[in-house]
Design a protein around this ligand. Structure first.
Ligand SMILES: C[S@@+](CC[C@H](N)C(=O)[O-])C[C@H]1O[C@@H](n2cnc3c(N)ncnc32)[C@H](O)[C@@H]1O
Length: 260
Protein backbone atom coordinates (compact mmCIF):
# COMPACT_ATOMS: atom_id res chain seq x y z
CA UNK A 1 0.00 0.00 0.00
CA UNK A 2 3.04 2.23 -0.04
CA UNK A 3 2.46 3.58 -3.59
CA UNK A 4 -0.48 5.68 -2.35
CA UNK A 5 1.58 7.15 0.46
CA UNK A 6 4.31 8.00 -2.04
CA UNK A 7 1.77 9.94 -4.11
CA UNK A 8 0.68 12.02 -1.09
CA UNK A 9 4.34 12.52 -0.18
CA UNK A 10 5.03 13.85 -3.70
CA UNK A 11 2.26 16.41 -3.23
CA UNK A 12 3.55 17.38 0.23
CA UNK A 13 7.08 17.92 -1.06
CA UNK A 14 5.75 20.09 -3.88
CA UNK A 15 3.58 22.16 -1.50
CA UNK A 16 6.58 22.81 0.78
CA UNK A 17 8.26 24.71 -2.12
CA UNK A 18 11.77 24.09 -0.76
CA UNK A 19 14.94 24.79 -2.70
CA UNK A 20 17.00 21.65 -3.48
CA UNK A 21 19.41 20.36 -0.82
CA UNK A 22 17.29 21.56 2.11
CA UNK A 23 17.65 19.98 5.55
CA UNK A 24 14.35 18.34 6.43
CA UNK A 25 12.78 16.19 9.13
CA UNK A 26 10.25 13.39 8.47
CA UNK A 27 8.38 12.67 11.72
CA UNK A 28 6.74 9.24 11.86
CA UNK A 29 8.58 8.31 8.68
CA UNK A 30 7.27 4.72 8.61
CA UNK A 31 8.52 2.90 5.53
CA UNK A 32 9.89 6.14 4.12
CA UNK A 33 7.33 7.20 1.51
CA UNK A 34 8.52 10.81 1.86
CA UNK A 35 12.11 10.33 3.07
CA UNK A 36 13.16 8.09 0.19
CA UNK A 37 11.82 10.52 -2.41
CA UNK A 38 13.27 13.54 -0.67
CA UNK A 39 16.91 12.41 -0.89
CA UNK A 40 16.53 11.73 -4.63
CA UNK A 41 16.41 14.12 -7.61
CA UNK A 42 15.03 16.71 -8.03
CA UNK A 43 15.13 17.38 -4.26
CA UNK A 44 18.53 16.09 -3.06
CA UNK A 45 17.45 17.00 0.50
CA UNK A 46 19.34 16.01 3.64
CA UNK A 47 16.71 13.98 5.50
CA UNK A 48 16.34 13.00 9.13
CA UNK A 49 13.74 10.18 9.24
CA UNK A 50 12.43 9.50 12.74
CA UNK A 51 9.82 7.08 14.04
CA UNK A 52 9.13 5.52 17.42
CA UNK A 53 8.67 2.02 15.93
CA UNK A 54 11.96 0.17 15.63
CA UNK A 55 10.45 -2.34 13.17
CA UNK A 56 9.45 0.44 10.77
CA UNK A 57 12.92 1.95 10.87
CA UNK A 58 14.55 -1.41 10.14
CA UNK A 59 12.34 -1.81 7.05
CA UNK A 60 13.03 1.78 6.02
CA UNK A 61 16.78 1.20 6.26
CA UNK A 62 16.55 -2.04 4.27
CA UNK A 63 14.64 -0.22 1.52
CA UNK A 64 17.10 2.66 1.56
CA UNK A 65 20.04 0.25 1.20
CA UNK A 66 18.33 -1.42 -1.75
CA UNK A 67 16.79 1.52 -3.59
CA UNK A 68 19.18 4.44 -3.09
CA UNK A 69 22.54 5.22 -4.65
CA UNK A 70 25.52 5.63 -2.31
CA UNK A 71 25.28 9.43 -2.38
CA UNK A 72 21.53 9.40 -1.75
CA UNK A 73 21.92 6.91 1.11
CA UNK A 74 24.45 9.23 2.78
CA UNK A 75 21.84 12.00 2.81
CA UNK A 76 19.40 9.87 4.86
CA UNK A 77 19.77 9.77 8.65
CA UNK A 78 17.49 7.41 10.56
CA UNK A 79 16.75 7.61 14.29
CA UNK A 80 14.25 6.15 16.73
CA UNK A 81 12.37 8.95 18.45
CA UNK A 82 8.98 9.94 19.81
CA UNK A 83 7.59 12.80 17.72
CA UNK A 84 6.29 14.38 20.91
CA UNK A 85 9.79 14.59 22.37
CA UNK A 86 12.29 15.12 19.54
CA UNK A 87 15.92 14.72 20.54
CA UNK A 88 16.91 17.40 18.00
CA UNK A 89 18.23 20.94 18.25
CA UNK A 90 16.08 24.05 18.17
CA UNK A 91 16.04 26.04 14.87
CA UNK A 92 17.89 23.33 12.93
CA UNK A 93 15.67 22.27 9.98
CA UNK A 94 14.38 24.08 6.89
CA UNK A 95 11.21 22.01 7.03
CA UNK A 96 9.48 19.30 9.05
CA UNK A 97 6.91 16.87 7.64
CA UNK A 98 4.47 14.59 9.47
CA UNK A 99 2.73 12.38 6.91
CA UNK A 100 -0.28 10.54 8.39
CA UNK A 101 1.65 10.18 11.66
CA UNK A 102 0.91 13.16 13.94
CA UNK A 103 -2.79 12.31 13.66
CA UNK A 104 -2.05 9.21 15.79
CA UNK A 105 -0.10 11.03 18.54
CA UNK A 106 -1.83 11.05 21.95
CA UNK A 107 -0.85 14.76 22.19
CA UNK A 108 -0.97 16.33 18.72
CA UNK A 109 -0.29 19.87 19.96
CA UNK A 110 2.89 18.68 21.66
CA UNK A 111 3.91 17.02 18.37
CA UNK A 112 3.24 20.25 16.46
CA UNK A 113 5.14 22.32 19.05
CA UNK A 114 8.10 20.00 18.64
CA UNK A 115 8.03 20.46 14.85
CA UNK A 116 7.80 24.23 15.41
CA UNK A 117 10.73 24.16 17.85
CA UNK A 118 13.14 22.31 15.57
CA UNK A 119 12.49 24.25 12.34
CA UNK A 120 14.39 27.45 11.65
CA UNK A 121 12.70 30.86 11.69
CA UNK A 122 10.73 31.10 8.42
CA UNK A 123 10.93 27.28 8.14
CA UNK A 124 7.89 25.32 7.02
CA UNK A 125 5.88 22.48 8.57
CA UNK A 126 3.75 20.15 6.44
CA UNK A 127 1.29 17.81 8.14
CA UNK A 128 -1.21 15.43 6.54
CA UNK A 129 -4.44 13.94 7.85
CA UNK A 130 -7.08 11.95 6.07
CA UNK A 131 -9.93 14.25 5.06
CA UNK A 132 -13.66 13.61 5.28
CA UNK A 133 -14.17 9.81 5.73
CA UNK A 134 -17.00 9.98 3.17
CA UNK A 135 -14.39 11.08 0.62
CA UNK A 136 -12.11 8.12 1.41
CA UNK A 137 -13.11 5.50 -1.17
CA UNK A 138 -11.57 2.60 0.76
CA UNK A 139 -12.83 3.48 4.23
CA UNK A 140 -16.32 4.34 2.98
CA UNK A 141 -16.74 0.96 1.29
CA UNK A 142 -15.16 -0.93 4.18
CA UNK A 143 -17.44 0.86 6.67
CA UNK A 144 -20.46 -0.28 4.62
CA UNK A 145 -19.25 -3.89 4.89
CA UNK A 146 -18.54 -3.52 8.64
CA UNK A 147 -22.05 -2.19 9.33
CA UNK A 148 -23.70 -4.84 7.12
CA UNK A 149 -22.04 -7.63 9.13
CA UNK A 150 -22.49 -6.04 12.56
CA UNK A 151 -25.17 -3.32 12.54
CA UNK A 152 -24.68 -2.86 16.31
CA UNK A 153 -21.13 -1.66 15.99
CA UNK A 154 -20.86 1.26 18.45
CA UNK A 155 -20.46 4.76 17.05
CA UNK A 156 -17.05 6.03 18.20
CA UNK A 157 -17.32 8.53 21.07
CA UNK A 158 -14.56 10.64 19.52
CA UNK A 159 -13.26 11.05 15.98
CA UNK A 160 -11.01 8.07 15.10
CA UNK A 161 -7.30 9.07 15.13
CA UNK A 162 -6.84 8.62 11.36
CA UNK A 163 -9.45 11.37 10.86
CA UNK A 164 -8.53 13.47 13.89
CA UNK A 165 -7.62 16.49 11.74
CA UNK A 166 -10.24 15.91 9.05
CA UNK A 167 -12.07 19.11 10.02
CA UNK A 168 -10.09 21.94 8.34
CA UNK A 169 -11.11 24.42 11.07
CA UNK A 170 -9.75 22.15 13.83
CA UNK A 171 -6.60 21.47 11.80
CA UNK A 172 -5.97 25.20 11.27
CA UNK A 173 -6.62 26.10 14.90
CA UNK A 174 -4.27 23.36 16.23
CA UNK A 175 -1.49 24.55 13.92
CA UNK A 176 -2.00 28.17 14.98
CA UNK A 177 -2.16 27.17 18.66
CA UNK A 178 1.24 25.53 18.21
CA UNK A 179 2.82 28.77 17.01
CA UNK A 180 2.55 28.48 13.21
CA UNK A 181 1.65 31.46 11.02
CA UNK A 182 0.45 31.70 7.39
CA UNK A 183 -1.44 28.44 7.97
CA UNK A 184 -3.20 26.91 4.97
CA UNK A 185 -5.17 23.67 4.80
CA UNK A 186 -5.11 22.23 1.29
CA UNK A 187 -7.19 19.21 0.17
CA UNK A 188 -5.38 16.76 -2.10
CA UNK A 189 -6.83 13.67 -3.74
CA UNK A 190 -4.90 10.56 -4.79
CA UNK A 191 -5.90 7.02 -5.71
CA UNK A 192 -5.51 3.70 -3.99
CA UNK A 193 -4.68 1.37 -6.88
CA UNK A 194 -6.04 -2.15 -6.34
CA UNK A 195 -5.09 -5.16 -8.47
CA UNK A 196 -6.40 -7.86 -6.16
CA UNK A 197 -9.23 -6.76 -3.80
CA UNK A 198 -8.77 -9.74 -1.43
CA UNK A 199 -5.04 -9.16 -1.05
CA UNK A 200 -5.68 -5.43 -0.64
CA UNK A 201 -8.20 -6.08 2.15
CA UNK A 202 -5.72 -8.38 3.93
CA UNK A 203 -3.15 -5.57 3.91
CA UNK A 204 -5.75 -3.07 5.08
CA UNK A 205 -6.79 -5.31 8.00
CA UNK A 206 -3.37 -4.83 9.57
CA UNK A 207 -2.17 -1.65 7.86
CA UNK A 208 -5.05 0.65 8.88
CA UNK A 209 -4.96 0.95 12.70
CA UNK A 210 -8.63 2.05 12.93
CA UNK A 211 -9.88 -0.89 10.85
CA UNK A 212 -7.69 -3.28 12.84
CA UNK A 213 -9.06 -1.92 16.14
CA UNK A 214 -12.70 -2.38 15.08
CA UNK A 215 -12.19 -5.89 13.73
CA UNK A 216 -10.28 -7.02 16.82
CA UNK A 217 -12.82 -5.65 19.26
CA UNK A 218 -16.24 -6.11 17.66
CA UNK A 219 -15.97 -9.03 15.19
CA UNK A 220 -15.25 -12.72 15.60
CA UNK A 221 -13.12 -14.45 12.96
CA UNK A 222 -16.16 -15.67 11.03
CA UNK A 223 -17.54 -12.12 10.87
CA UNK A 224 -14.11 -10.80 9.85
CA UNK A 225 -14.22 -13.14 6.84
CA UNK A 226 -17.78 -11.95 6.05
CA UNK A 227 -16.59 -8.33 6.03
CA UNK A 228 -13.74 -9.31 3.72
CA UNK A 229 -16.08 -11.17 1.31
CA UNK A 230 -18.54 -8.28 1.21
CA UNK A 231 -15.79 -5.74 0.51
CA UNK A 232 -14.31 -7.92 -2.23
CA UNK A 233 -17.65 -8.73 -3.93
CA UNK A 234 -18.71 -5.07 -3.79
CA UNK A 235 -15.53 -3.98 -5.56
CA UNK A 236 -15.75 -6.83 -8.10
CA UNK A 237 -19.33 -5.91 -9.05
CA UNK A 238 -18.80 -2.14 -8.98
CA UNK A 239 -15.69 -2.35 -11.17
CA UNK A 240 -16.60 -5.43 -13.23
CA UNK A 241 -14.38 -5.90 -16.28
CA UNK A 242 -11.59 -3.65 -14.98
CA UNK A 243 -8.19 -5.16 -14.24
CA UNK A 244 -7.25 -2.35 -11.90
CA UNK A 245 -9.45 -0.53 -9.45
CA UNK A 246 -8.82 3.09 -8.51
CA UNK A 247 -10.37 4.34 -5.27
CA UNK A 248 -9.79 8.00 -4.58
CA UNK A 249 -9.17 9.33 -1.08
CA UNK A 250 -8.98 12.91 0.10
CA UNK A 251 -6.21 14.00 2.43
CA UNK A 252 -5.78 17.42 4.00
CA UNK A 253 -2.34 18.97 3.96
CA UNK A 254 -1.70 21.57 6.67
CA UNK A 255 1.11 23.98 5.87
CA UNK A 256 2.44 26.50 8.37
CA UNK A 257 5.47 28.69 8.80
CA UNK A 258 7.58 29.61 11.83
CA UNK A 259 7.69 33.40 12.25
CA UNK A 260 10.96 34.88 10.96
C1 LIG B 1 0.35 5.47 8.89
S1 LIG B 1 2.08 5.44 9.19
C2 LIG B 1 2.63 6.65 8.04
C3 LIG B 1 4.06 6.44 7.66
C4 LIG B 1 4.66 7.40 6.64
N1 LIG B 1 4.76 8.75 7.15
C5 LIG B 1 3.90 7.39 5.32
O1 LIG B 1 3.35 8.42 4.92
O2 LIG B 1 3.84 6.32 4.71
C6 LIG B 1 2.24 6.27 10.77
C7 LIG B 1 3.65 6.22 11.35
O3 LIG B 1 3.71 7.09 12.49
C8 LIG B 1 4.51 6.47 13.47
N2 LIG B 1 4.20 7.07 14.77
C9 LIG B 1 3.01 7.05 15.41
N3 LIG B 1 3.10 7.70 16.58
C10 LIG B 1 4.38 8.17 16.67
C11 LIG B 1 5.09 8.93 17.65
N4 LIG B 1 4.51 9.35 18.79
N5 LIG B 1 6.37 9.25 17.40
C12 LIG B 1 6.98 8.85 16.26
N6 LIG B 1 6.36 8.11 15.31
C13 LIG B 1 5.08 7.77 15.52
C14 LIG B 1 4.17 4.99 13.35
O4 LIG B 1 5.15 4.16 13.93
C15 LIG B 1 4.07 4.83 11.83
O5 LIG B 1 5.31 4.48 11.27
Amino acid sequence: MDAEYQAYARQALALAKLPPRAKILDVGAGLGALSLQAVQPPHHHQVWAVDYAEGMLKQLEARADEELSGEQRKRLHVAQMDGQDLQLDINSFDAAFAMFSLIFFPDRIQGLREMHRVIKPNGVAVVTSWGNPKKHGVIRRNNQALVAVNPNIPRPATVPPAFSLSDPAVFESEMKASGFVDVEIVPVVENFVIDDPGQFWDHMRYGFPGVNHLLNNYYNEQQVQQVRSLFVSKLRSEFAGQDRIFLSAEALVGIGRKRS
